[in-house]
Design a protein around this ligand. Structure first.
Ligand code: HEM
Length: 727
């Protein structure tokens, strides 16, 4: 049973147990019944028999063979042999946290969902972030879509919003999902590359799938290399429905807006972080929550009246399209706060099972053909991954609302059903459990009219594959465009087959000629507009023209909401700042800067050539947090170079320290230097608003500007100069 405190062992030493933390929610409380921390206990077998010797197996004599009779050995090894379960077919690599959600004001006009009515109600949530293509052990910094899956444990049952950090998807119809995943996963003959799309099978598929072009623009943008899970947007992607108490339905797109803004790293950083700390995102989430800097998002909705369904150039059911925010504003209706790390990765993060089909009354599906296929996929895959039909009974998956039905038995059944009648209708059980009427919270599907032939087709508007890809491209800032061009050059440059590269550059001409030319330049490819696009979707009796991939109408105005340049940049909270020092450092400068950064919510760390205490220039001491050998500036958002001539001279002679500063410069990060620390700054730099230089006595004066520069995330204006820096 739970014991939510750090406890003393009988010999008086401290043992690690769940740290005393305020329970985050009724779900966290409900998990107490399953927590076990081993403190003040004796070692036992799974049958609770106390074990006297866990060091030696049972043998025939000290040097003799082990005996089959050793039930303790057999039990321990058998359990170990079965510790692994299949990883998720996609989204295998992830990290999760507990939290709560509350709505700002009652949403009864739009939906009858109970958790969206009472601002005082804190609904427990469990949120898992993930990459898609890589295996469980792959790097967090792969160029990839990020999963953003939220399980709301509402009083009416679980609602899962199983979304991504990109608002559109690669394909329009679920029937293509296995093809997409087979193409992006490592190639079948040699299982190379891990967690990367830069290989022939992926681009072969994409270059033949014009419908993926909008998504490709997003995946080649910096959105696919986030600075942190905490700094990503989230999207439900599909159009869903909200249904109110009167049965009135409206279309809705769900959004998560991060309070810290949307920020990304550079590709060069992503590559280096993957080596220095492949757990970068996982660690960042964990540390922020442990430090009490709880990650937050606002839930946003774009609401569309049913009568307006056909008023757009695109089809609301097409998951490769978004609804521009300038066309339908995002209303912010509530707040998600992640406030507690899981106690056990396997039990919670690995065993959690999300499903886009987990709905509560007041929310409903649409006919989006990708969503419809997903509704089948998740339970089906989880039956294998989690080993049978009872995985809803695993503690993390249990609703906080009671479960009563006539489902019975199966592998690993936990519930002891005592009722005789496991069927309905029954008289033996008094007819229970009885069906719930609509007013009693019974789920009633929104009665959408259908009168249509049974066909394998898509709506005609689905075939405009390029307008929104162009809209995305034209809405990006210049640095963002540069990054997309570089990403495409990297990805296509890795291909072994030139014809795929050429086909792909040709496809880009349909998004934007300038983009195709720029990408082609780096690849030695002259863009050729494709004669015709492969179209496998013309119905037997359909007019091929109507179903031809096309750009219906070139967008004329950008959508500012699509650019990260317009995100929130007003806080240095949780940003990591390296203070690079050696013996002889100006300790007063270090102390003042640390204090001011900490009070702005940033996280300063002293980095030095060795661990331990540094001798200060004025007789004091500075504690080192990390040694240069274990970190790199790619793991930080900014660097401060304090003075002290001896410290600066030592660091100037240290190639690791020089590289540290050069990389921070190259990656456009905020840099501050005081006194002799300025000698470490790269030479020949031009005026730069994110490089602050002063005297050691002026730290307090310089810190506010440094903090502002950190809040702005990066000074992209420095990028051209950074490219000339050999780092
Ligand atoms: C037909 C299209 C799709 C299919 C067949 C599909 C299938 C799957 C499967 C099999 C898993 C592993 C589930 C598990 O083992 O628990 C998964 C996970 C996931 N999918 Fe999809 N997926 C599709 C499209 C999408 C789309 C469009 C999104 C985003 C809107 C998405 C978001 C996710 C997320 C976030 C996870 C990870 C959930 C977790 O953290 O456990 N998928 N998907």
């Amino acid at each position: 049973m739970a014991n939510d405190k750090r406890r003393k062992k009988s010999n008086g030493t401290r043992v690690e147990g769940p740290v005393s933390r305020k329970p985050a929610s009724e779900k966290v409380d409900a998990l107490d019944a399953f927590r076990e921390d081993g403190a003040e206990t004796r070692l036992t077998t799974d049958q609770a028999v106390r074990i006297n010797d866990d060091q030696n197996s049972l043998k025939a004599g000290p040097r003799g063979p082990s005996l089959l009779e050793d039930f303790i050995l057999r039990e321990k090894i058998t359990h170990f042999d079965h510790e692994r379960i299949p990883e998720r077919a996609v989204h295998a690599r992830g990290a999760a946290a507990h939290g709560v959600f509350h709505v700002y004001k009652p949403m009864g006009r739009l939906t009858r969902a109970a958790f969206l009515q009472d601002p005082a109600k804190k609904t427990p949530v469990f949120v898992r972030f993930s990459t898609v293509a890589g295996s469980r052990g792959s790097s967090d910094l792969a160029r990839d879509v990020r999963g953003f899956a939220v399980k709301f444990y509402t009083d009416e049952g679980n609602f899962d919003l199983v979304g991504n950090n990109i608002p559109v998807f690669f394909i329009q119809d679920a029937v293509k999902f296995p093809d997409l995943v087979h193409a992006v996963k490592p190639e079948p003959h040699n299982e190379i590359p891990q967690a990367a799309s830069a290989h022939d099978t992926f681009w072969d598929f994409i270059s033949l799938m014009p419908e993926s072009m909008h998504m490709i623009m997003w995946v080649m943008s910096d959105r696919a290399i986030p600075r942190s899970f905490r700094m990503m947007e989230g999207f439900g992607v599909h159009t869903f429905r909200l249904v109110n108490e009167r049965g009135e339905a409206r279309f809705v797109k769900f959004h998560w807006k991060p309070v810290l803004g949307v920020h990304s790293v550079l590709w060069d950083e992503a590559l280096k972080i993957s080596g220095k700390d492949p757990d970068f995102h996982r660690r960042d989430l964990w540390e922020a929550i442990e430090a009490g800097a709880f990650p937050e998002w606002e839930l946003g909705v774009q609401v569309i009246e049913e009568k307006d369904e056909n008023s757009f150039d695109f089809d609301l059911l097409d998951p490769t399209k978004l609804v521009p925010e300038e066309m339908v504003p995002v209303q912010r209706i509530g707040r998600l706060t992640l406030n507690r790390n899981p106690d056990n990765f396997f039990a919670e993060t690995e065993q959690v099972a999300f499903h886009p089909g987990h709905l509560v009354p007041g929310i409903d599906f649409t006919n989006d053909p990708l969503l419809q296929g997903r509704l089948f996929s998740y339970t089906d895959t989880q039956l294998t991954r989690l080993g049978g039909p009872n995985f809803h009974e695993i503690p993390i998956n249990r609703p906080v609302a009671p479960v009563h039905n006539n489902q019975r038995d199966g592998l690993m059944r936990q519930t002891i059903n005592v009722a005789r009648a496991a069927y309905h209708p029954n008289s033996i059980g008094g007819g229970c459990p009885v069906q719930a009427g609509r007013r009693e919270g019974g789920f009633v599907s929104h009665p959408v009219g259908i009168n249509a032939p049974k066909v394998r087709q898509r709506g005609e508007k689905f075939f405009d594959h390029f307008s929104q890809a162009t809209l995305f491209w034209m809405s990006q800032s210049d640095p963002e465009k540069d990054h997309i061009v570089s990403a495409l050059q990297f990805e296509l440059g890795k291909l072994e087959r030139p014809e795929i590269r050429e086909r792909m550059v040709g496809m880009l001409t349909l998004v934007d000629e300038g983009l195709a030319t720029r990408v082609g330049e780096g690849l030695g490819v002259k863009p050729q507009r494709p004669d015709g696009l492969l179209n496998l979707s013309v119905p037997a009796d359909g007019d091929p023209k109507a179903y031809q991939p096309r750009r219906a109408k070139a967008p004329t105005r950008p959508s500012p909401a699509l650019s990260m340049a317009n995100t929130v940049k007003d806080t240095a909270k949780t940003r990591k700042v390296a203070i690079l020092a050696a013996d002889g450092v100006d300790e007063a400068a270090v102390a003042t800067m640390s204090r001011l950064l900490t009070s702005a919510g940033a996280v300063p760390k002293v980095i030095a050539p060795r661990l331990g205490l540094l001798r200060g220039a004025h007789g004091g001491a500075v504690k080192v947090d990390m040694s240069l050998a274990t970190v790199g500036s790619v793991l930080f958002d900014a660097v401060y170079l304090p003075g002290g001539p001896q410290s600066a001279a030592t660091l100037e002679e240290d190639a690791g320290a020089v590289l540290f500063v050069r990389e921070a410069f190259k990656h456009c990060k905020a840099l501050a230097a005081t006194g002799a620390g300025a000698e470490l700054l790269p030479e020949g730099r031009s005026a730069d608003q994110a490089i602050l230089v002063g005297e050691d006595t002026q730290v307090a004066k310089l810190a506010p500007d440094f903090i502002l520069a950190i809040a702005r995330h990066r000074n992209w204006g420095r990028e051209a100069a950074g490219r000339r820096v050999p780092a």
